[in-house]
Ligand binder design. Structure first.
Ligand code: HEC
Ligand code: HEC
Length: 458
């Protein structure tokens, strides 16, 4: 025992001496004859700092690439719902292609607002399309487009050449295309709200909605009536929580699909400020897309506000395998990296916009809430319905019962579908008129126009 200890301390001593010698030699390179420049202030730290800066930049790039892949192409296993349960693949393919019914032709798909990514189309197919040699009334073409992975936000699964399931991706609602090839066919525009997309009509296209009738405890007819009331550009993320299909005035309870760009620096997200981007991503992937993962939000256990969510345990979802959680960091990072696109110069009057900018910060007092350059408040960016002069129906369907100050950059990309959470204001002039009334701003007609030009320039 003692011998061993003594041997160990001897060994440690030796090691210390050897290290000392090595360090001395290494630290005195001049003795070895090398002509190294004298170290500058902080010199020895610099290469390390550079390496770590580089590592951060590399990680950021990798994260953006992985997040983009998830945003565009991941279904999180939700084909188990959209395909295997709702059987949407069968009605898309049609009886002639191994499914049921007449099928979904490309023309009908475009009519529902679905988009095609031109980069996924082989050159020969592009030539045929240009020559009008492709029958856009044939559902087999829709199936072929799915097989090419060309339909934005929809993934087809195939077994022995036949469409066997379909899943959906974030890009379905939060991407469109630039129509560079033809209307509905072009390059992807990630983060843009697809205000042509009729989600309700697409879901209602499923042959069997019993999964939804069981959830809500109502008839298939009722479910279809709710889904068909949404219309283009809208979706109801709260329906699966509270089962409210319609507002008290009888109009649809669905809200507009917002853009998913320009969100960096913005604290709370969604029209009613449910949480951060990553909270909502987990929420949507698990509860709306029906992907497989883990989601925790005990606010959903409120039986009076969220009866359906509380009864079904949506506040604590644990599905295995978890196909979502490990993708959340990169997905979050990617969305924060998508800038709000700048409007084309020709789309607004620069001189009027300059006057509008002064009004926005001054007489119209918009900037008190829409603080530039975020155009929402740094901090808790939430307001009571009364503060913005509207009803509380949608606010009451959320935990904080308020509306989130919308970040206004890139308004020009979503002129379709109206403004405010439910599109109640058909255009920007209507929005300005609303504030002019409820806030008694006393704006002249010319000033209102200037404000509108400014909003178009953001
Ligand atoms: C079926 C259509 C649909 C799909 C699919 C979808 N979203 Fe959304 N998204 C919406 C709607 C509608 C809202 C507004 C919800 C609300 O306010 O209640 C929204 C809100 C958001 C917001 C908040 C934007 C803001 O202005 O604060 C983000 C971020 C977002 N979605 C990201 C995603 C991601 C990431 C995915 C994929 C995991 C996804 N969404 C899938 C329709 C969709
Ligand atoms: C009290 C804070 C507050 C003030 C002041 C305010 N806004 Fe807003 N703004 C909001 C909130 C909250 C919303 C979201 C309303 C909703 O979701 O229905 C919003 C929404 C908007 C929208 C719709 C965005 C979209 O994507 O649909 C526009 C445009 C807008 N505001 C412009 C203005 C202008 C112009 C002014 C000045 C005349 C102004 N706001 C003053 C809080 C404010």
């Amino acid at each position: 025992m003692t011998k061993q200890i003594r041997f160990r301390s001897l060994l440690s001593c030796l090691l210390v001496i050897v290290s000392f010698v090595v360090i001395t030699v290494v630290q005195r390179p001049d003795k070895a004859g090398a002509q190294t420049p004298p170290p500058q202030a902080g010199g020895p730290i610099r290469p390390l700092a550079k390496r770590s800066d580089q590592a951060i930049a590399d990680t950021a790039l990798q994260s953006i690439e992985k997040g983009r892949e998830t945003f565009r192409f991941d279904t999180f296993g939700d084909e188990a719902f959209w395909g295997d349960t709702l059987n949407l693949d069968a009605t898309i393919a049609g009886a002639a292609n191994g499914g049921i019914g007449p099928g979904l032709s490309p023309k009908q798909a475009f009519g529902l607002g679905l988009k095609v990514d031109v980069s996924a189309l082989p050159a020969a197919l592009q030539d045929q399309l240009r020559a009008g040699a492709i029958n856009l009334d044939d559902p087999a073409v829709t199936v072929a487009l799915l097989q090419l992975n060309a339909v934005v936000g929809v993934k087809g699964f195939f077994s022995s050449g036949k469409l066997s399931s379909v899943g959906i991706q974030c890009a379905l609602c939060h991407s469109t295309v630039n129509d560079s090839f033809a209307p509905g066919i072009g390059s992807r525009l990630d983060g843009w709200a697809n205000r042509d997309l009729n989600v309700g009509a697409i879901v209602a296209f499923a042959p069997d909605l019993s999964a939804l009738t069981n959830l809500f405890g109502v008839s298939q007819d009722m479910v279809r009536q709710v889904l068909n009331s949404w219309g283009p550009g809208k979706f109801d993320a709260e329906l699966a929580l509270d089962g409210k299909g319609f507002r008290p005035d009888g109009k649809t309870a669905a809200t507009l699909i917002p853009p998913a760009f320009g969100l960096a620096g913005v604290n709370l997200h969604t029209w009613t400020g449910w949480g951060s981007v990553t909270h909502w991503n987990a929420f949507v992937a698990n509860l709306e897309m029906h992907g497989k993962g883990i989601f925790f939000d005990p606010r959903l256990n409120d039986t009076s506000k969220f009866p359906i969510a509380a009864a079904n345990g949506f506040g604590n979802v644990r599905t295995t395998p978890d196909l979502i959680t490990r993708k959340l960091a990169d997905l979050h990072f990617y969305q924060l990296a998508i800038p709000a696109p700048a409007p084309p110069n020709s789309s607004f009057s620069a001189t009027a916009a300059a006057r509008g900018r002064a009004l926005f910060a001054g007489k119209a007092a918009c900037a008190t809430c829409h603080v530039p350059p975020l155009f929402t408040e740094p901090g808790w960016n939430m307001h009571t319905p009364a503060e913005v002069g509207i009803d509380d129906f949608q606010a009451k369907r959320s935990p904080d019962e308020r509306y989130r100050t919308s970040p206004l950059k890139g308004l020009w990309t979503h002129m379709k579908g109206g403004f405010y959470h439910d599109g109640r204001f058909a255009n920007l002039l209507d929005v300005v008129n609303h504030y002019n009334g409820v806030k008694s701003l006393g704006l002249t007609e010319a000033e209102k126009q200037d404000l509108v030009e400014y909003l178009k320039s953001l």
